[in-house]
Design a protein around this ligand. Structure first.
Ligand code: PGA
Length: 256
């Protein structure tokens, strides 16, 4: 099964409107002829409209959001709904990032509500999972990933799962400069795909894309993404600079 690779730039709490526009201009020059990789830019809410404007007629690069609330609308000061994101032409939404889980108390149940609300609004979720260093050292990787997958994807249909991206991000590799080795990452991704088949079915699991995230940079991107079950990358730090993000996108291209 040939899955189209998906590479996303998670800007986190960075990038002004001016910086965002400049980034897009530079990225479009660098990626002019790339159609075989799906590229997603995930700005802070405040720069989404600017990125859309800067992309202009460039339909191949998609826009994502970093979070959303599960309710459709109402008295939720400071929150953003799926419908408000759709109104800004957002196609993807990152859910359950480890920073949301650890700093803002998001549980699998909360992530699950958001995943279902996203699908209801035809937004595609990028669901983040991953273990801490302590959990890895104690040999609990599979247990943790299995629990996060079952919890975050409860009551999501096979059809919706096929529109869902999983991002495996070992917490000890995020922003630390210490990426998982390609072998460690592949082992986790294979386990995730096996678990997805149990949650749903083989065909669905084969179709789903699983990104790796955690200190991805131009120097390690190709080797990571050439593993059988690694279908792209969710990039933080190295996505703040158009040149290095473009290099990572190019590293995702299928070999000739
Ligand atoms: P990093 O972040 O690339 O800076 O490690 C990845 C992420 O948190 O998505």
């Amino acid at each position: 099964m040939m899955r189209k690779k998906i590479v996303a730039a998670n800007w986190k709490m960075n990038m002004t409107q001016a910086e965002s526009a400049e980034f897009v201009r530079s990225l479009l020059l660098d990626l002019a002829d790339i159609r075989d990789v799906e590229v997603v830019i995930v700005p802070p809410f405040t720069a989404i409209a600017k990125v859309t404007e800067a992309l202009g007629t460039e339909q191949d690069i998609k826009i994502g959001a970093q979070n959303m609330h599960w309710e459709k609308n109402g008295a939720f000061t400071g929150e953003i709904s799926a419908a408000l994101l759709r109104d800004l032409f957002v196609r993807y939404v990152v859910l359950g990032h480890s920073e949301r889980r650890t700093l803002f108390g998001e549980t699998d149940e909360i992530v699950n509500r958001k995943v279902r609300a996203a699908h209801e609004a035809t937004l595609r979720p990028i669901v983040c999972i991953g273990e801490t260093l302590e959990q890895r050292d104690k040999g609990k990787v599979e247990k943790v990933l299995s629990k996060q997958l079952h919890g975050s994807l409860a009551e999501v249909s096979a059809k919706e799962l096929q529109e869902t991206v999983i991002a495996y991000e070992p917490i000890w590799a995020i922003g630390t400069g210490r990426n998982a080795t390609p072998e460690q990452a592949q082992e986790a991704h294979a386990f995730i795909r096996k678990t997805l088949a149990e949650i749903s079915d083989e065909t669905t699991a084969e179709r789903m894309r699983i990104q790796y995230g955690g200190s991805v940079k131009p120097a390690n991107a190709r080797e990571l993404m050439s593993q059988a079950d690694i279908d792209g990358a969710l990039v933080g730090g190295a996505s703040l600079e158009a040149r290095s993000f473009a290099e990572i996108v190019k590293a995702a291209r299928p070999a000739d």
